[in-house]
Ligand binder design. Structure first.
Ligand SMILES: [Zn+2]
Length: 431
């Protein structure tokens, strides 16, 4: 017998199809359909979404699931549970696992584990260079055949412009998006936080935004000369936004993402050496944060991506200099994005949802992020106006390094559906 889902009475927001109206959503056997017959309605699982937004399942093109290699921090099961609880149904995981994803075997291992353990859709990305060492190209064709949807050395940045040019040309031949973690390593040796007044006051080694801007500019030039699409991961500085904006105006095939933490926190928030706010790239100034928000508003930045980066408490509970970079965000990123962008009246609900669904999906050519008939019935139900206090102790993630812990946010995920079946009910994982 067919599995039929009928979601009634919600505000359906599907930015890819310019749909925003109270209405019903129907799915048969995992796929969205335009309507149901009376007989099908009689057989359907009915969900009353009155008062809720019915959106496409959220898409995040930048997460770290630490699997294989560091599964005490996260694994495919816990990472995808955290994602489902955050309203996400599709993610792209980064290749800096252990071993790194520079070969088809490791990708196959991840795909097998996804098949077995994941509660949502997970697409792997592959390395740009062997061992992420920035010296020799990874076998891009093999990686593509194994199933990667993007290539990146995220966590590191290819320093040699010659290697990067070849990597970009090669990935472009295979029609894969190149995503880059933009960081000139010569400018960030020993650096742990944004270079500025705060780093001076705290006596910490500063990380200038120029380290990012120089690589963003390099990538613009490489994209322009090769025609390849280069995507800038976790853009953090005003100058980088400016470089991207001008490149896009010329028609260069570049794109960029902003992370929820960079549009919420700034370097001053580090206060008394709070390692919970140590991340790469670092939190910048209020002016940088404002430039990122403007970039999201005018389309210079294409999507929101969490850079969900789990670390264990013992690792984060060290001196600022030695603690690892990174924070987790999957379980609160819809709420924090709504709070920072929608409730502050910078963007409409439609625009925030677009940044968290089809925009990222289109960059990586993923079949996700819309409520079109025929698409996967991946759906997120949320209350845009419900306030709640983030409690990282209750997260499905194995890690607790969340800078929103204890913060009050507005916007609450009420249910997540994958292929027409509920995987999260607002409290528990039901998959
Ligand atoms: Zn990164």
């Amino acid at each position: 017998m067919s599995h039929i889902l009928w979601i009634t009475g919600g505000r359906v927001i599907d930015p890819a199809n310019q749909r925003d109206a109270i209405g019903d959503i129907y799915a048969i056997d995992g796929q969205l359909v335009d309507s149901l017959s009376d007989a099908q309605k009689a057989q359907a699982t009915q969900v009353n979404a009155t008062g809720l937004v019915v959106a496409p399942g959220l898409v995040d093109i930048h997460v770290h699931f630490r699997d294989p290699g560091q599964t005490h921090k996260e694994d495919i099961r816990s990472g995808t549970e955290a994602a489902a609880a955050g309203g996400f149904t599709t993610v792209v995981c980064m290749p800096n696992t252990s071993p790194v994803c520079d070969n088809a075997g490791t990708i196959q291992r991840i795909m097998d584990k996804v098949e077995r353990d994941a509660v949502i859709r997970v697409h792997p990305s592959g390395c740009l260079t062997l061992g992420m060492k920035g010296e020799h190209l990874a076998p891009t064709g093999q990686l593509k055949n194994a199933g990667v949807v993007a290539v990146t050395d995220d966590g590191k940045c290819v320093q040699s412009n010659e290697i990067m040019r070849r990597a970009v040309e090669y990935a472009n031949m295979f029609d894969l998006i190149i995503m880059d973690h933009c960081q000139d390593a010569s400018l960030t040796e020993g650096a742990v936080m944004n270079e500025g007044e705060c780093s001076i006051r705290l006596g910490l080694r500063g990380w200038p935004s120029a380290a990012e801007d120089i690589i963003v500019a390099r990538n613009v030039i490489l994209s322009e000369t090769t025609g390849a699409h280069i995507h800038m991961q976790h853009v953090s500085s005003a100058a980088s936004v400016d470089i991207l904006r001008r490149a896009k105006q010329r028609g260069v095939a570049v794109s960029g993402e902003a992370s929820p933490h960079h549009i919420e926190f700034i370097d001053q928030d580090i206060g008394d050496y709070d390692t919970g706010l140590k991340m790469n790239p670092p939190l910048r100034t209020a002016a940088d944060r404002e430039a990122l928000i403007v970039g999201l508003c005018d389309g210079t930045l294409d999507c929101i991506a969490t850079d969900h980066a789990p670390h264990s408490p013992t690792e984060k509970d060290q001196e600022f200099d030695t603690a690892p970079f990174g924070i987790i965000g999957l379980e609160n990123s819809l709420a924090s994005s709504l709070t920072t962008l929608y409730h502050s009246k910078r963007l409409s609900l439609n625009e925030v949802i677009a940044l968290m669904t089809h925009k990222g999906a289109e960059l990586c050519k993923l079949d996700a992020g819309t409520l079109s008939a025929g698409a996967n019935a991946d759906i997120c139900l949320f209350d845009p106006n419900e306030s709640w206090t983030v409690d990282a102790e209750k997260f499905f993630s194995k890690s607790r390094n969340c800078p929103w812990h204890g913060k009050r946010l507005t916007g609450k995920v009420k249910a997540t559906y994958l292929a027409g079946k509920q995987v999260f009910d607002g409290t528990s994982i039901t998959a």
